[in-house]
Design a protein around this ligand. Sequence first.
Ligand code: 13P
Ligand code: SF4
Length: 367
Amino acid sequence: MGLLDVVNTPTTLPDKYKKMTIEEMEQRVREIKEHFGERLYLPCHHYQKDEVVQFADATGDSLKLAQLSAQNKKADYIVFCGVHFMAETADILTSPDQKVILPDMRAGCTMADMADMDQTDRAWKVMQETFGDTILPLTYVNSTAAIKAFCGRNGGATVTSSNAKEMLKWAFTEKERILFLPDQHLGRNTAYDLGIPLEQMAIWDPIKEKFEYDGDLQQVRIILWKGHCSVHEKFTVENINELRENDPEVNIIVHPECTFDVVQLSDLAGSTSFIIKTIEQAPAGSKWAVGTEMNLVNRLTDTHKDKEVFSLNPNMCPCLTMNRIDLPHLLWALETIEQGETINQISVDQDIAIDATKALERMLERA
Ligand code: 13P
Ligand code: SF4
C-alpha cells in the first residue's frame, strides 16, 4: 500500500473512544488481553508511544519483531503496533489462519513509499542494460511487500539496520554490484563501513530516472536508491558541532538512517536495539545525545535517570506515522476482535507473499 492509499483509507475511529477516559480505556485493554491470553499477541516497535508500549507482549527493533512473528504459532490475532511495512512482514511470516491487524491504517512509512514497483521495474531495466547480470537487489525492510518480492524474485534479500553489514557482505559474494533500496543513507553508511569508497557508489534517482554519478559507471559497486527517512534526516552536522562546542564530554549515538556526514561525526551508529543496549551498558553519569526517533529517546531519558540522555536535535518531533497508533486505536482494534469482527487487517497478496518470503528468509537464515 502506497502513501496515497494510506491517506485515502477512511479511518473511522468511532466517537465512543474519544469520550472514554484514559483509565477506562486502559482497563478495557487489560480485560481483553486477559480474556484472549495467548490467542492475542501484541508486538510493539521501540518507536511506539508509552501509552501503547505498556501493553506490549514484546518490544523490539524491526529485526526482532520479524523474528518473533515468524516464531509465533499460538496467536490467532497479532495486533501489530508499528508501521504498515512491519505488519506486512508479520503477515508474510505467519500462517494464513493468523490475522495481522494494524490499529490505524494511516500508520505508513514515508521512506517505504519512496520506492514503488513501477519505478523499480523501470530502474531495473536500465540497470540490466547498463550492468548486465552483475547486480543483486537488496531492500531495507522499510519497504513495501512488493519491493521485497522483487528482491526475492531476483536472488536478493531484505536487510534491517541491525544486520545490513552482514547482508551486504553476503550479497557481494553473490554478485559484483548491489542495488540498495530504498534508503540511500543506510546503504551508503553500511557500504562505507565495509570499505567501499564513496567514488564507487552511485545514486539512482527514481523521479528523474537517472543515475547521479560523475565517472565511469562500470566502476560502481553499489547503487543507492534516492530515498530517505524524513525523521532521521533532521539530525544535522550543525547539531553535532554545536553540541561538541558546548559540551565536549557528550557521547553522540545515531541511527544509520542519518546522513553520511552525521554518522561520520558521531561516536557510534547502530539500530534501535544497538542504541538501547549501548545506553543501558553505559556508566552512570555519562552523557548521551541520541539521533533517533523521539518516543524512544524520551523513554531512554526516563529509564536511565543515572545518565543524561537527550535528543541530538533539540527541536525534534516523533515519527508522525508511528504515532498514529495510540490507545484509542489500540482499544478499537481489540474490541472489534472481541466482537468477532476484524478491522484494518493486513493481508498481503499470495503471489507477492511467496516471493517476499524468499527475500525475508535469506535474511532470517543469516541474521
Ligand atoms: P530498526 O530497524 O532499528 O528497528 O529501525 C526501523 C525504523 O523504522 C527506523 O526508522
Ligand atoms: Fe519510516 Fe522514518 Fe518513521 Fe522509521 S522513523 S517508520 S523510516 S518514517
